[in-house]
Ligand binder design. Structure first.
Ligand SMILES: CN1CCCC[C@@H]1Cn1ccc2ccc(-c3n[nH]c(N)c3C#N)cc21
Length: 240
């Protein structure tokens, strides 16, 4: 998978050189391009924002730098005649509090895509015409990390890239470990324990020491259901 990110804070994504995603980049499983939006400005101050039409507080990100930055990633539009046969381009994702909720299901869907482009807005957001223009050139999505307000898109994109990247085959060493995670099967994950078997007067549930794999699986499933009922009843399947 190729991932491109456009941002005014490219150094924010230096952390993607580390850990699992860093290894995935070294092994070629993930190809990452981080682009500084200011490299697509043409004034001395490298201006990316201006006052909002219609008034109001804050600044809006200008469309021109975004158009140039995204054109550099997408390439020039294919001539109309060959457009129908052209391979589908990347999915362009704008993190936004006004977007559809990012979920594990969306992470899994996106992990199967060959190319994702993330456009990190700041200030009050990006001029709407950037979204509208690129929606004529391919798939565009507004995606929200959750129902709270951040100062820009970078934190959301970091979370999305981690959630998507870890689902790409080969990135996580043991794919089995992805199966019983929270949200993967629709339920929250069961509690985990390791040595010592007793710690500060707290003992590991005896069933986990029994070696009875059937009983262990049943206990874990019951824990998943109990946790989900208690913390996220909205995730319960109708029949439960
Ligand atoms: C604060 N400021 C004025 C109100 C509107 C947002 C703006 C800041 N801002 C600019 C670009 C941008 C992109 C994503 C998000 C964002 N917030 N919460 C989420 N779940 C997000 C996602 N994903 C916030 C952003």
């Amino acid at each position: 998978m190729r991932i491109d990110i456009v941002t005014i804070f490219p150094e924010f994504f230096d952390v993607l050189d580390l850990s699992l995603l860093g290894k995935a980049r070294q092994s070629g499983l993930i190809e990452l391009g981080v682009h500084n939006l200011r490299d697509h400005t043409h004034d001395r101050h490298r201006t990316v924002d201006d006052t909002p039409y219609g008034g109001g507080a804050g600044m809006v990100m200008k469309p021109e730098p975004w158009g140039d930055a995204l054109d550099a990633i997408f390439g020039e539009p294919a001539p109309v005649s060959s457009e129908a046969d052209a391979a589908p381009g990347p999915i362009l994702i704008f993190p936004s509090p006004a977007g559809e909720q990012f979920t594990q299901a969306m992470a899994r869907e996106l992990s199967e895509q060959p190319h994702l482009v993330f456009a990190c807005g700041r200030y009050e957001g990006i001029d709407q015409r950037v979204v509208d223009h690129f929606a004529t050139r391919g798939e565009v999505r507004l995606v929200s990390l959750g129902d709270y307000v951040l100062n820009g898109g970078e934190v959301a994109v970091m979370a999305m890239i981690e959630a998507v990247g870890r689902l790409i085959p080969g990135v996580v060493g043991n794919p089995e470990s992805l199966v019983e995670e929270s949200h993967e099967g629709g339920l929250l994950e069961y509690p985990s324990y390791t040595k010592p078997s007793s710690w500060r007067g707290l003992d590991v549930p005896p069933v986990l020491l029994s070696g009875n794999h059937g009983a262990i699986s049943a206990w874990r499933r019951a824990q998943q259901l109990e946790r989900t009922r208690r913390v996220r009843p909205d995730l319960l399947p109708p029949a439960v």
